[in-house]
Design a protein around this ligand. Structure first.
Ligand SMILES: [Fe+2]
Ligand SMILES: [Fe+2]
Length: 169
């Protein structure tokens, strides 16, 4: 790239940047989830987070495939949005002494991350479809489906498995 040229010149470049962004985000999430699992008291919450950690590792594997299909080597680019969500999760958790209130906070932080991922994967799928990269759409769709299922599971943990009720008692 020349001195005054911008790095993202085409829609394909924008797609690649988006993929690098989510690749970085998924990696940061694999580092953040073990800390959240350690802090969780509710068993259903800990299990949901553990399962999603495993899924997240598989998602990174799928993104590796996506880069390969595009003839690119897998690479992350710093994503300030996910760094901010994780930082906020840490900060809030460090302010809470009550274990049951902490569980409710952990659900909220985890859902903020899921919603971020759902937004990003939705966009990446739409862009890949428009650009005719049908071969990467299925990998991205599998990841999106896992994020949506994780979000639904967290709703269940908060509302039906008693996390919110216990936080209120
Ligand atoms: Fe993910
Ligand atoms: Fe996720």
């Amino acid at each position: 790239m020349g001195l005054f040229s911008k790095e993202i010149q085409s829609f394909d470049d924008l797609l690649l940047h988006g993929l690098q962004d989510i690749y970085y985000a998924e990696q940061q999430i694999t580092k953040a989830l073990p800390k959240m699992i350690d802090k969780a008291t509710n068993r259903d919450l800990a299990t949901a987070l553990k399962n999603h950690l495993e899924e997240t590792n598989n998602q990174i594997g799928r993104l590796d495939q996506v880069f390969k299909k595009l003839g690119q080597s897998p690479k992350g680019t710093t994503c300030p949005a996910i760094d901010g969500l994780i930082k906020e999760a840490d900060e809030v958790a460090s302010e809470i002494a009550d274990k049951e209130v902490l569980d409710a906070a952990l659900v909220a932080s985890a859902q903020a991350v899921e919603h971020y991922e759902i937004a990003r994967y939705g966009t990446l799928i739409a862009w890949a479809e428009t650009l005719g990269h049908d071969d990467i759409v299925r990998f991205l769709t599998t990841n999106l489906n896992e994020e949506q299922a994780a979000d639904t599971k967290l709703n269940t943990v908060a509302l039906r498995k008693g996390v919110n009720r216990k936080a209120a008692s």
